[in-house]
Design a protein around this ligand. Structure first.
Ligand code: OVV
Length: 411
């Protein structure tokens, strides 16, 4: 590990760029992570690109510029890590992902294999499983009446359906959830949140690696589809194992958060639940609006690979740029009345799934899970009411709830 005066939080210290406002803020402060709206609006207000001395990084949060930087894979690369650590200068906490943390042409090959496994046709085949598990879970929570929706629905649904979809023989739901927390917290600084998430890395990382081996996967499933690409000579067997690891990295915490945040939205805005009950056809646009309003992945970084500019501001090579997706998704210049949850908004172009060549490859599956679970609740549940205080959970990469007490009132 390189640790010199020129380094800070795993990347090279940069000079404040000419023309960029300097903002003395800690974006990874626990209070901001739990309640980021004021941070988002101040970031957008200050300018197109802001310098944050605490971590010597740049940050973008206005919609247009965030979209531009995030899509420009030639100047702003992913292969040097999508968190604060610059993989060129400091050792990554795990072997880098060969899709998330890769650039073309390497990325092109792995992306193609993953996109096929996660195609709409492939997701369609999982629908029956999703609906069956949704029915069981929704019946259970109705019987209980009052629940904490985070463990009892938001976590339980993906940890039940996702390992089955992948075809995992070894399932430890705690390890799957905790690994997701590790992956997303790792993108932030070496703070208390990251250190806590990393505590169990010594046990969980080898467990995850082992669970991705071909002989630990069923012959049917998304995992097997990846290994068939190895049989066809598109990728190596080692690469197949790494892509299965990407399923486990990106597929659990994100969907847990999407579902939890959706339930939060409907409990906070009961008129929108009424509207959805009256027109279940709004389910898909409603989920997009949940994603826009709550941005489950709030921040991903990029690294400037050469001297370049952002909105006319000079950006030196090696700069880390925080792309604050949560801020872009609430930009009033893009979204009128952005804090309003409006399931009829149809927020085309929201950045919750990213944008460009790295845009979420699993988004069809994520939508399929939500469709099945919320669709089942629409059939069986009359009202979703708060039964206590919702509590957000600080995470360096994800904006998720820790607790969501709800009363589930059946039809
Ligand atoms: C989109 C995403 C998030 C986290 C991990 C990965 C991907 C991965 O490929 O490991």
């Amino acid at each position: 590990m390189i640790a010199t005066a020129e380094m800070i939080e795993g990347h090279r210290r940069i000079a404040p760029p000419h023309g960029a406002p300097v903002w003395d803020v800690d974006p990874y402060d626990e209070a901001i992570l739990c309640s980021p709206q004021d941070y988002y609006s101040e970031l957008r207000r200050l300018g197109e690109v802001v310098y944050i001395p605490k971590y010597s990084v740049l940050a973008v949060g206005r919609y247009q510029v965030t979209h531009t930087v995030f899509s420009d894979y030639e100047h702003f690369v992913s292969s040097r890590g999508v968190g604060l650590d610059d993989f060129k200068l400091s050792r990554p906490w795990r072997q880098p992902s060969i899709i998330l943390e890769a650039d073309p042409p390497d990325h092109t090959k792995t992306r193609k294999v993953m996109a096929r496994a996660l195609s709409p046709k492939s997701v369609k085949m999982l629908e029956a499983l999703f609906v069956q598990v949704a029915e069981t879970l929704v019946d259970e929570v109705i019987a209980r009446g009052t629940i904490d929706a985070i463990p009892e629905l938001a976590e339980r649904f993906p940890v039940t359906v996702f390992p089955r979809a992948v075809g995992m023989k070894d399932v430890d739901t705690r390890y799957l959830v905790d690994y997701g927390a590790m992956v997303f917290n790792a993108g932030g600084p070496d703070n208390a949140i990251r250190r806590r998430a990393m505590q169990s890395a010594g046990v969980i990382v080898p467990w995850i690696t082992a669970a991705c081996a071909r002989n630990r996967l069923e012959a049917q499933g998304l995992g097997a589809m990846i290994y068939r690409a190895a049989d066809a000579g598109e990728i190596t067997v080692e690469e197949a194992a790494m892509l299965v690891r990407s399923f486990l990295s990106a597929g659990v915490d994100t969907t847990v958060t999407g579902i939890g945040n959706a339930l939060w939205c409907f409990s906070q805005f009961p008129d929108q639940w009424e509207k959805l009950k009256a027109d279940p056809g709004l389910l898909r646009p409603a989920f997009e609006e949940v994603l826009r309003l709550t941005s489950p992945v709030h921040t991903f970084a990029r690294t400037a690979n050469c001297d370049t500019t952002i909105a006319g501001v000079p950006v030196e090579a090696d700069s880390k740029i925080l792309c604050v997706l949560g801020a872009a998704n609430l930009d009033p210049d893009k979204w009128p009345d952005p804090e309003r949850f409006d399931i009829e908004r149809r927020p085309v172009g929201h950045m919750a799934f990213g944008a460009g060549i790295h845009g979420c490859v699993g988004q069809n599956l994520a939508r399929g899970e939500l469709q099945a679970l919320l669709g089942m609740m629409l059939k069986k549940v009359d009202r979703i009411e708060p039964a206590g205080q919702a509590v957000w959970r600080p995470n360096n990469g994800i904006h998720a709830l820790n607790a969501l007490p709800l009363r589930i009132i059946p039809k």
